[in-house]
Ligand binder design. Structure first.
Ligand code: EPZ
Length: 420
């Protein structure tokens, strides 16, 4: 297993290109199952999760050609040979459950392994299933699989009891081919869902209201092919915005869009970080003086993203004052705290709250990545720490960030991968 070695090296200066969004691409790819015509995604990120989704679609008989180094995904499910999504693949990536709605909508049947939980929580999929049942799916849960069938999905009104990104995406895709009108209430509003709706509309779907909490879909008989650019990755963007915030200096994030991160940028401003829009993206630098403590509560979009909570905690470890972070989306998303503590941070975790008492400086130490966003939080902390940090188990990192060491080295960071 690879590790990443980081030596604190002071302020950063340079540009970082932001890739297409992992969490948009992972729902756009299953959309190919809705049509027999080609669906091509451009601006796709080159990540291990994308390769896993490619493997899953391939196991169903879909063709996915990664062109231009993986930035273009040319897909076709003209000759689908199976509707069985096996545990061996699904267990590697929970987003695999997003093939369920499209398979059911197009073929009237699907057999998909239930994804296990993961480090950050139990991650149930009951809302995915309830939404599909509301549209007429008959579900049989046995041996760790959900076997679904329908004589034809029908439009329905479904109210999500809690906001769920994945369940909204599964229901949205299924509804495009259901007979009649579907209304999804208390739907997730994330930009990745807006991006999915825009792609489905290019394919001929009739959708209104994406980005609000009520999405209305008028089912159609069939969908066509399309070419669609994956929206920029707001979580990668937010992550790299924190690099100059933590280290000092100035970095321009190419392709960054401030409208995707309004709540996050408000917190950065309060903490003493300057964010300026440029004609190529965003420039970020630390205002004069030390970072100030701020309180953070994670919420569904447009609130502060849970996927940036770990990274924000790294910034607040060296802030002046005490910050309280409340994690309201997942039940176990503070596993980066003990690792940051090894670097000298002062953090108390009680249930869904983490209290961070800022210290002047962190110190490098051997630490272990536990999940995707925790791993990058440790790298951010290491950039500003005195001395050397080795982050182990970086396979977590490679799921969601392409070429981290290259992107940060280009701005003056001392960071390298150690093959293990
Ligand atoms: C998506 O996960 C993202 N993953 C996550 O990003 C992100 O943290 C999450 O949305 C919240 O924004 C992808 O898009 C591939 P949810 P998802 O359904 O869809 C509960 C990353 O780091 N819930 O919105 O699984 C659930 O347990 C990853 O890139 C149910 O109870 O998240 C959680 O507490 C991590 N039943 C809450 O809802 C369900 O059927 C929100 O989960 C579904 C979810």
């Amino acid at each position: 297993m690879d590790s990443i070695l980081v030596r604190g090296n002071g302020p950063l200066k340079g540009q970082i290109p932001i890739a297409g969004a992992k969490n948009a691409c992972l729902t756009l790819m299953p959309a190919t199952l809705l049509t027999e015509e080609p669906l091509t995604l451009t601006n796709a990120p080159r990540l291990s999760d994308i390769r896993t989704m490619t493997q899953l679609l391939g196991s169903l008989g879909a063709e996915v050609a990664a062109l231009q180094g993986g930035q273009v995904l040319a897909m076709s499910s003209h000759n689908l040979t199976s509707q069985h999504a096996d545990y061996d693949i699904v267990r590697k990536m929970r987003a695999s459950i997003l093939v369920l709605g499209p398979l059911l909508a197009r073929f009237g049947q699907a057999e998909v392994s239930l994804p296990g939980g993961c480090a950050i929580g139990a991650r149930p999929v009951d809302l995915h299933l309830k939404a599909l049942e509301a549209m007429g799916a008959e579900l049989d849960l046995r041996d760790g699989y959900v076997r679904a069938k329908t004589s034809g999905l029908r439009g329905a009104v479904f109210v999500f009891p809690i906001v769920s990104v994945g369940a909204t995406e599964n229901a949205l895709m299924a509804a495009t081919l259901a007979k009649g009108t579907t209304v999804l209430k208390n739907a997730a509003r994330e930009p990745e869902i807006v991006d999915l709706a825009q792609c489905l509309r290019r394919m001929g779907a009739q959708i209104e209201g994406e980005g609000t909490s009520t999405i209305t879909i008028q089912g159609v008989d069939r969908l066509g092919g399309a070419t669609h650019p994956v929206v920029t990755d707001r979580i990668e963007l937010g992550t790299y915005m924190l690099a100059p915030a933590i280290c000092g200096g100035e970095v321009e994030l190419l392709g960054g869009r401030i409208d995707l991160l309004a709540a996050f940028c408000e917190k950065l401003d309060a903490a003493g970080v300057s964010v300026t829009e440029t004609d190529r993206g965003l420039t970020v630098s630390r205002k004069n003086g030390r970072i100030r403590a701020v309180d953070v509560v994670t919420e569904p979009f447009p609130g502060f993203p849970t996927d940036l909570q770990a990274q924000m905690m790294a910034l607040l470890c060296t802030a002046e004052g005490t910050s309280v972070l409340e994690e309201k989306i997942f039940e176990n998303r503070f596993m980066h705290a003990p690792e940051l503590t090894r670097m000298g941070a002062k953090i108390e975790v009680h249930g869904g709250h983490a209290t961070v008492h800022g210290v002047e400086k962190l110190r490098g130490a051997p630490v272990m990545a536990t999940d995707l966003r925790a791993s990058v939080s440790l790298i951010l902390a290491a950039l500003a720490a005195e001395g050397e940090t080795v982050v182990s188990r970086v396979y977590h990192l490679d799921r969601g960030y392409e070429k981290v060491e290259e992107k940060l080295s280009a701005c003056g960071a001392l960071i390298e991968r150690i093959a293990g």
